[in-house]
Design a protein around this ligand. Structure first.
Ligand SMILES: *Cc1c(COP(=O)(O)O)cnc(C)c1O
Length: 612
């Protein structure tokens, strides 16, 4: 990995390295570590999720800017609209900022469930569009009607004919205002990448050509054809290449023109769904996205213009629903390293006797005489010797103290060798050795809670230390979270995840890791495995004079709150714990009082580790 941890690949110019620290790339460049320290000054420990509203704004501005520019460039007459799909991140710390930032653009919201729709109805800026996708029952459709009765500009996108029948029925029962109706089309072209299950002929969603014609007839009969304003498709998340989108859009463009010819006179919009990709890779060889937003906007506008011209229909309004692209950047998870597993292998811990087994003596000699010219050879010898020490131990020829001396010496040799080899060694060779002699870093966070897509889909997220970036990181690192699940590991991998970290003594200095691009999907998909909950979060806004403001600090949920969320009777838990202390025959009254106080504190604090 390059010395900037691939920042130039995934960083989107949001961060810079200055004086060895990751800083926000703004006029005054505050180091992230300073923000973290300020939050920790208030006694907060454990992982912290930082939200940066200026990065939400940046993405929204980029989207509107690029489409407006493309429209101008191709002299396109349709309007451009965007909505934010709530499923990507429904947390108030994100949504409330997004809605406020989006106001001047008329940025709307997309909902995929009753809960999300009600949320959208409460927070969406009036006048900005709301779109509703996903499966609907009569109740959800009713809520959609209420939204339009409230004055919202809402479009209910139909996933199947039964939903349409339900809308027609509901329209007869309710008041004058009606939602717009969208039809989700089932394309024969589909997306690409690990999330590409939403497009294609076998996709979960959408109407076939035959069903579309049926839908138009049903709408005509019910006198609701004027409400039909939009066709919609979504070929999946994280679209790596532009080609499948262009294919889908061509297909959609023709369907649009055909439906207009069939008398759908109010059909005026094509909704391309989401899918704009985010580059998560830290290594050039592993990059996935092969287009820019500029290219995406140009292709969409140009294609739709061409189709409209060739079929002689009005240029459609364009809607997009990209969520990942808007949300991923805004959040950075910061977690402290609690321990380096080989830290205990210090020279002081050696207990060498007057007489030692020859292998141990040899290891000691290797350790003392290792130098850059022989480091690689000595390292190989040391690993082989350790193997022999373990075999001899199993056979009863060396004792536990010898074995411990062997472990310590091998680790000391590894550390020395790796530091000496540095850049002198051929990179591939070095990687191979590093792969064998990884250091395990215990990090105060839960991977299941904070990076569920790594657990579920092996999605990589950029990781880097927040400080010491002017020092060469020497240790190949595998990261261990604090759950007791062996899946809670981000392993070192020479190709996929060649993460090198610093050889720090965490008893003497703090060491924090940043996990970037975690603002999309991770929060709400996060699981409370081992009952670790959402990390403490804070919103960081930049001030004109160069400082920053930390607001909306929301501490990680307390143990008692988690248990309450799981529908435990928390009074029962508290009372039972207290009773069991009270009834104890081995404690006196003073001790009981002390312990009751302690229990109270532990229950009302979060469960992340404090041993930092
Ligand atoms: C999930 C979803 C989106 C958002 O997709 P991103 O990949 O986050 O841009 C947009 N539209 C629909 C219909 C969706 O299901």
């Amino acid at each position: 990995m390059n010395s900037d941890y691939g920042l130039s690949i995934w960083g989107n110019s949001n961060f810079v390295i200055e004086a060895g620290k990751v800083c926000l790339n703004t006029d005054f460049r505050p180091p992230i570590i300073d923000i973290v320290k300020e939050i920790r000054d208030d006694g907060i420990r454990g992982p912290i999720l930082l939200r940066f509203p200026h990065l939400i704004k940046k993405q929204i501005v980029e989207i509107y800017k690029n489409f407006e520019r493309a429209k101008k460039e191709f002299d396109y007459s349709g309007n451009f609209n965007a909505v934010y799909p709530l499923k990507v991140n429904q947390y108030p710390g994100f949504v409330k900022n997004l809605v406020q930032i989006g106001k001047p653009f008329g940025y709307g919201l997309e909902a995929g469930s009753k809960a999300e729709l009600l949320l959208a109805m409460a927070y969406n800026n009036f006048g900005a569009p709301i779109t509703v996708n996903g499966f609907k029952d009569k109740e959800l459709i009713n809520i959609g009607f209420i939204a339009s009765e409230m004055g919202h500009d809402i479009t209910l996108t139909i996933e199947g004919l039964t939903e349409l029948e339900c809308i027609i029925e509901t329209a007869k029962e309710r008041f004058d205002a009606k939602p717009n109706i969208g039809l989700r089309i089932r394309l024969h072209s589909s997306g690409s990448g690990i999330w590409a299950k939403s497009g294609g002929i076998n996709s979960k969603f959408g109407l076939t050509a035959t069903e579309l014609i049926e839908a138009i007839n049903l709408l005509k009969e019910a006198n609701l054809l004027d409400q039909f304003t939009m066709i919609h498709f979504h070929i999946g998340s994280q679209i790596n290449e532009i080609h499948p989108l262009k294919k889908a859009l061509t297909e959609a463009g023709h369907i649009y023109a055909e439906l207009r010819k069939m008398g759908a006179n109010n059909l005026k919009a094509i909704n391309l769904g989401g899918g704009l990709a985010v580059e998560y890779s830290q290594v050039k060889e592993n990059t996935v996205r092969n287009y820019t937003l500029r290219e995406y906007a140009n292709d969409v506008v140009f294609l739709l213009k061409t189709i409209a011209e060739s079929k002689n229909v009005a240029e459609p309004d364009i809607f997009i629903e990209s969520g990942r692209y808007v949300a991923a950047n805004h959040a950075v998870l910061v977690a402290p390293v609690l321990e380096l597993f080989s830290q205990e292998y210090a020279e002081e811990k050696l207990v060498l006797g007057k007489e030692n087994p020859p292998l141990i003596t040899e290891l000691y000699d290797l350790y003392k005489s290792i130098k850059p010219t022989n480091a690689l050879e000595y390292l190989h010898d040391a690993v082989a010797h350790m193997d022999s020490v373990l075999t001899l131990f199993d056979l009863g020829y060396v004792n536990l103290i010898d074995r411990s001396n062997g472990e310590i010496l091998v680790h000391l040799i590894m550390k020395k060798a790796v530091a000496m080899l540095g850049n002198k060694q051929n990179y591939t060779d070095l990687l191979k050795i590093q792969d064998e002699v990884q250091e395990r870093y215990l990090v105060n966070f839960s991977l299941f809670q904070s990076l569920p897509d790594f657990w579920g889909l092996k999605q990589h997220f950029p990781i880097m230390p927040l400080e010491k970036l002017d020092e060469r990181p020497t240790r190949s690192a595998s990261l261990w979270d604090i759950t007791c699940d062996s899946d809670g590991e981000i392993g070192f991998h020479p190709k996929k995840n060649p993460l090198f970290l610093h050889d720090v003594d965490v008893e003497k200095e703090e060491y924090f890791l940043g996990f970037f691009l975690v603002g999309a999907y991770q929060e709400v998909l996060g699981m409370s495995h081992n009952l670790f909950t959402h990390p403490t979060e804070a919103t960081v806004t930049l001030k004109d004079d160069g400082g920053f403001d930390i607001s909306d600090v929301l501490e990680s949920q307390s143990v008692i709150d988690i248990l309450e969320d799981m529908d435990y009777d928390v009074h029962e838990i508290q009372n039972t714990l207290n009773e069991r202390v009270e009834k104890s025959t081995i404690l006196d009254d003073k001790q009981k009082k002390h312990i009751l106080g302690e229990l109270y504190l532990f229950l009302n604090d979060n469960g992340y580790l404090k041993s930092e």
